[in-house]
Design a protein around this ligand. Structure first.
Ligand SMILES: *Cc1c(COP(=O)(O)O)cnc(C)c1O
Length: 388
């Protein structure tokens, strides 16, 4: 017999990278040196003092038992202190912060807390695929907000039809943005607060990259905007900031009732984050600014190396001022998928086709520079020789 799959997984969009993965593995088998710049996962290890902190905390039997569902009070306090220092945003750690098993967990669970079947969720397109998928899992309907180059990759709230805005209960935003690398300014965030207030929409701001910015840029927290606390929660992750993707540690902060809603879902689905990991997270939040500067320098250098390769090939791109991605335009007359396939076949470089992030990603491609600098140099040399 064939086990029946629920419609929610049966109807998942096809995995766009499956074909590229297959071709990549074929080439590797043939002995081709493939450089895979697909996944955004820091190669720089977690700072030693954070690892040491885990080691110590893991020895304490008090940390071997079930953690609190919503996170250790001490971790939530450290998160609140960090917000106060970094953004001058004051949060009550007990009611306005909840620990997450990575921000992907919180983002994926958010629609279960706030979306009823048929409700609309506004999602950026291109965007992190978890936004529309988690919406669909909860029975909601994702409505794409195009991120266009001519608008600095910021959605245009005026172009959202009134009937859509009325049915919308939630909106995902993400700045600094993956995949476009765009930053949002205060004016845009203010518009978002007004739009949310007017239409009764909860804004879920994914702030995974606020600490990875260059050239003196200091990305904002959405919660810095007056009134944001009434309409928003922000997801912040230790993954990218502290090179801790494998640890699964993040938190959501902001509106009390929204935080309580997320907490209800978590209480009924998971049992929180290993306490020793939270203790290490406190160490990260309290004493890690120097390492961060060094890591950012490494990313900035790699981004510039890669962009020079694009320039030599005559490929258009927006200079990344944040994140560790380059979002660039595929040469005219080619689709994103065709370009990715040719990059792989002719240059042995894996790039992510932009349409993997939504229809409005068509015509673009993304690379991540979370790989050894020498490999980025090689990839840049190969792409520099690419002729459409
Ligand atoms: C990496 C990433 C995340 C997920 O981070 P985790 O905390 O490791 O789950 C969330 N959003 C975006 C846009 C990301 O790129």
């Amino acid at each position: 017999m064939q086990i029946k799959w629920a419609r929610r997984i049966e109807e998942l969009p096809p995995y766009l990278f499956a074909e590229i993965d297959r071709k990549k593995n074929e080439l590797i088998k043939k002995g081709v040196d493939v450089i895979d710049l697909g996944v955004g996962d820091p190669d720089i290890p977690t700072p030693k003092h954070i690892v040491e902190s885990l080691r110590e905390a893991s020895r304490d039997p008090a940390n071997h038992r079930y953690p609190s569902y919503v996170g250790m009070p001490s971790f939530r306090e450290a998160a609140a202190e960090w917000y106060a220092q970094r953004f001058a945003v004051n949060l009550d750690p007990a009611s306005q912060v909840v620990t997450l098993i990575g921000s992907k967990e919180g983002i994926a669970h958010a629609p279960l807390a706030f979306v009823d079947p048929g409700d609309i969720v506004l999602v950026p397109d291109p965007g992190y695929p978890v936004y529309p998928v988690s919406t669909t899992f909860a029975g909601g309907v994702p409505y794409p907000m195009p991120l266009l180059k001519e608008r600095g990759f910021l959605p245009d709230f005026d172009s959202i039809p009134e009937q859509v805005a009325e049915r919308a209960v939630m909106m995902f935003l993400n700045y600094p943005n993956n995949p476009t690398t765009a930053l949002a300014d205060e004016g845009f965030f203010r518009e978002a607060v007004d739009f949310a207030r007017k239409n009764g929409i909860l804004i879920c701001h994914d702030a995974a990259y606020t600490e990875i910015a260059f050239y003196g840029k200091k990305p904002l927290s959405f919660l810095e905007i007056p009134g944001a606390g009434d309409v928003a929660v922000e997801f912040h992750s230790l993954s990218k900031t502290f090179s801790m993707t494998g640890w699964r540690l993040a938190f959501a902060a902001g509106n009390e009732r929204a935080i309580a809603g997320l907490g209800k879902i978590k209480t009924n689905i998971d049992s929180g984050v290993f306490q020793a990991v939270q203790v290490a997270g406190i160490t990260a939040l309290r004493e890690s600014s120097e390492g961060l500067l060094q890591r950012k320098e490494i990313y900035r250098e790699r981004l510039e190396i890669f962009c020079r390769g694009l320039e030599e090939a005559g490929i258009r791109y927006t200079r990344p001022e944040a994140t560790f991605y380059v979002w660039f335009e595929v040469p005219e007359g080619m689709t994103s998928s065709e370009f990715s396939e040719r990059m792989l076949a002719e240059a042995g470089v894996v790039v992510t086709p932009g349409n993997g992030f939504g229809d409005y990603g068509e015509g673009y491609a993304r690379v991540s520079v979370t790989f050894d600098t020498h490999r980025i140099e090689q990839a840049a040399e190969r792409i520099a020789k690419f002729r459409p």
